[in-house]
Ligand binder design. Structure first.
Ligand code: URP
Ligand code: ZN
Ligand code: ZN
Ligand code: ZN
Length: 474
């Protein structure tokens, strides 16, 4: 074939999609994939991918960056460090949240996060909204208008004092989502059950970080998951149950899927790589705060259930829920935080993980034979692109798609070390974990933004993506 010389040819690699795998060369022109063939003529730039896998760039559809906490704690990543960390972990798109504070207009919240992100992103970015204050103005005007402008998904919380929606509010928000064709992500943990457990634990002096895992009981997660599904069924709106931690809520999701309800589910690295034992730290000490997230990691049995769910389609998405805090310092999660010392309930919830999401799932999943390569791509790139309205521009290695490509070395061995991380946090909860399979180059719209040999390269060129309405099916 002849024609204008491509900008870039990636040669000799194995292309992996959500459906199949094959050896081919791949050409890029103008930031788009223009040719996939057994043999492509020379490009202006050439990359030898012999022995490597070509994956559609990772899409992490659940990350928190630069979120204002309102309690004096400081999030450890802004858009600059958070997206650097993302590309070093093989991602080309992240979906952080634009958090509406109570009393704030939703449109103002969205504008604030755009201002924080503008010019500072190393990968492409789009926003989910977080609705904490569903006033008539928000439900009647702002939310419908924003969905039409490309903010086609939003998250609601069934717990956290400053974010929780009651059932009446959930139903109203679901109803707007149904009318507008938006997708709702639900944080499903029962607020009253958690508050009850917290008080009981505190009254008996059990205040160490570990007891966060007991307060956030799996029963509270199961109950809220069922309640969210029931409300969604009543309103007839699709929902994504995010960060599902184990067997009990999974059974609710399986029940819903068997009934043909439009319920999707996401799980995260912490639920396959950590357990609640990690929250004990060294001896029920503050080291445990490094693992505090909600829902908390559970037990071995739950990890096994999660693997089964990743294989059998219970889970559609595998995201990091990257929500990084510092461990040290007054604004951190650990012993220097005066309030966190008095009770686990003041330990900020969340752990870093955008950079280790793909290596952990690859190593524990693909390298150990628990999931296929195709399933890996579906869970980490193609499905999030489809469900959140970016497919096939993102999440696919097809002609016409953005040339977002991760070159993956399936043999590369590494040990997770904080000193190698690009995130802003001062620790990684996965310290010392042995990994087989690591991203060696991340290509965003045809340009290398990360190479293992050189680090994060070039200038921040991430773009904002307005998204289509979710097709609401996979
Ligand atoms: O503990 C967590 N997951 N913090 C992040 C906020 C959320 O609920 O996703
Ligand atoms: Zn959540
Ligand atoms: Zn359980
Ligand atoms: Zn989250």
């Amino acid at each position: 074939m002849s024609g204008p010389r491509p900008d870039l040819v990636i040669r000799g690699g194995t292309i992996i999609t959500a459906a199949d795998r094959f050896r081919a060369d791949l050409a890029v022109t103008g930031g788009k994939i223009t040719q996939i063939a057994a043999r492509i003529e020379d490009g202006a730039e050439e990359i030898d991918a012999t022995g490597l896998l070509l994956l559609p760039g990772g899409i992490d559809a659940h990350v928190h960056l630069a979120q204002e906490q309102g309690d004096g704690t400081v999030m450890a990543d802004d858009f600059d460090s958070g997206t650097r960390s993302a590309v070093a972990g093989g991602n080309t798109t992240v979906l952080p949240f634009a958090l509406q504070r109570r009393g704030q207009s939703l449109r103002q919240a969205v504008a604030d996060y755009h201002a924080l992100a503008e010019g500072n992103c190393w990968c492409d970015v789009s926003f989910h909204m977080i609705i904490t204050d569903p006033t008539p103005q928000v439900l009647g005007q702002e939310l419908p208008a924003l969905v039409r402008e490309g903010y086609t998904s939003f998250k609601v919380f069934m717990t956290y004092d400053d974010m929780v929606l009651n059932d009446a509010e959930l139903l109203e928000v679901f109803d707007v989502a149904r009318r507008e064709g938006a997708l709702v992500m639900v944080h499903a943990e029962g607020h009253d059950a958690i508050k009850f457990m917290t008080r009981k634990l505190e009254e008996s002096g059990r205040t160490a970080p570990y007891f966060h895992a007991e307060a956030h009981a799996h029963i509270a997660e199961r109950e809220a998951t069922h309640r969210a599904i029931s409300h969604a069924e009543l309103v007839d709106v699709p929902v994504v149950i995010v960060h599902v931690s184990g067997r009990d809520p999974m059974e609710q999701i399986q029940w819903a899927k068997r009934r043909g309800l439009n319920v999707f589910a996401e799980t995260c690295p912490q639920y396959i790589a950590l357990t609640k034992e990690d929250l004990k730290g060294l001896n029920m000490d503050f080291e445990g705060a490094k693992y505090v997230c909600s829902p908390p990691p559970r037990d071995r049995d739950s990890q096994e259930a999660i693997w089964q769910g990743l294989r059998d389609g219970t889970f559609d998405l595998f995201s990091s829920d990257h929500c990084p805090f510092y461990f040290d310092g007054e604004g951190g999660t650990g012993k220097d935080n005066p309030r966190a010392r008095t009770s686990f309930k003041w330990v900020p919830n969340g752990i870093p993980g955008v950079e280790t999401r793909l290596p952990i799932l690859y190593s524990e999943g693909v390298s150990k034979g628990r999931i296929s390569l195709e399933r890996f791509v579906a869970l980490t790139s193609s499905n999030p692109a489809k469900l959140y309205g970016m497919y096939p521009r993102k999440g696919a290695l097809v002609i016409g798609a953005d040339a977002d490509i991760t070159l993956w070395d399936p043999e590369r061995r590494a040990v997770v070390r904080q000193e190698d991380m690009h995130h802003g946090a001062d620790y990684t909860p996965y310290e010392g974990m042995e990994i087989t399979g690591w991203p060696v180059r991340t290509i965003l719209r045809g340009r290398t933004v990360y190479a293992a040999s050189e680090g994060v390269t070039q200038e921040a060129q991430g773009q904002y993506l307005a998204r289509e309405k979710s097709p609401q099916r996979l």
